[in-house]
Every structure is written in C-alpha cells, then in structure tokens.
Design a protein around this ligand. Sequence first.
Ligand SMILES: [Zn+2]
Length: 71
Amino acid sequence: MEVNFNCGVCRTNYDYEVGEPSMDDDFKLVFEHKPVCPKCGAIDKELLSEIGQSQMTEWDLRNLDMDLDLD
Ligand SMILES: [Zn+2]
C-alpha cells in the first residue's frame, strides 16, 4: 500500500509504496519496504504525515475486521 510520509530530516512530504504493513510483537508498525526520502535519501527518519496516520488507522481497522471474520 502507498503511505504518505514526512521526512524527519528535510521535512519533505512524499508517498511511498511500503508493500504490506504488519505489526511486530511489540505492536510496532513494520513495513515490507523501508521508506526512503526521495529528496535527501534518509532511511529510518520517516514520520507519518497526518494523511499517513489516517491511512494507517484505516489499515488497522481493516485488519481488525479481518481478525473478527476469522474468529
Ligand atoms: Zn528527506
């Protein structure tokens, strides 16, 4: 899925195809493809923009729905 990020270094807003997000054991968000800032090349400095946050909230809700369906 494509997620909107805000670079923590140069503050550029960018969309990145992160593949399939998942949660690790600590309920931390893990992306299949690590976002890379297209402007300064920063890795692991990305912040979710406001758009990105609502995108992840939607993703989270979808996942919860799926879990409910499986039960
Ligand atoms: Zn950057």
